[in-house]
Design a protein around this ligand. Structure first.
Ligand code: B12
Length: 137
């Protein structure tokens, strides 16, 4: 499975991104890591170019929600991305936030998997389970 990953918006927190790259590789995914400071259009362009199955976005500085509101509108412009699995995680609000409020909001923005302040390995276990359920090989 091919994964495009990176950190959205004007966000320079790079440590989790590096760990994400290593962990995805260790789990057998083919990883295309766009790194920090990545805009939505760049994620979608990369997903088209690589034929990605999954787009996995990180946000640490709390500004993801502003970008996420544009997901549905922008993604609609890329017909080949209809089956792209959309996942986001990290700090999905400013401050600690409440996952019960945050998760449905992000699902409404167009994400299939939302991990607010969930550690990487728990989140990647969720991704593996999601794939087994929705894309059994
Ligand atoms: C180091 C650091 C910095 C460094 C970054 C250096 C670098 N190039 O990486 C510097 C000093 C530059 C910095 C700057 C800023 N920072 Co800073 N920073 C941190 C700090 C101390 C550690 C982050 C880190 O690397 N952790 C180690 C990694 C491994 O852990 P992690 O980031 O938490 O990631 C884990 C999970 O989030 C998860 N995860 C991440 N992404 C995803 C995605 C998915 C799908 C899944 C499942 C899981 C997942 O996996 C990781 C491992 O389990 C945190 C506070 C903290 N203790 O966490 C603040 C913190 C992230 N920073 C914060 C802020 C606000 C800023 C600034 C805006 C401050 C400012 N006013 O200038 C700027 C941001 C500038 C920008 N353009 O982005 C806030 C964010 C607050 C929020 N979201 O509400 C934090 C939480 C501090 C705080 N408590 O206020 N920061």
């Amino acid at each position: 499975m091919k994964v495009v990953t990176g950190v959205i918006g004007n966000d320079i927190h790079v440590v989790a991104n590096r760990l994400m790259d290593l962990s995805l590789n260790a789990r057998g995914y083919e990883v295309f890591n766009l790194g920090v400071n990545t805009y939505l259009e760049e994620f979608f362009d990369a997903a088209v170019e690589t034929g990605a199955d999954i787009l996995l976005i990180s946000s640490l500085n709390g500004e993801a929600e502003g970008w996420s509101r544009e997901v549905k509108m922008l993604k609609a412009g890329y017909q080949s991305l209809d089956n792209l699995i959309m996942m986001i995680g990290g700090n999905l609000s400013v401050g600690s936030g409440n996952a019960e409020d945050i998760i449905p909001r992000y699902k409404n923005y167009g994400f299939d998997l939302v991990c607010h302040q969930v550690d990487l390995n728990t989140g990647l276990d969720m991704l593996d389970s999601y794939l087994q359920e929705h894309r059994p090989s």
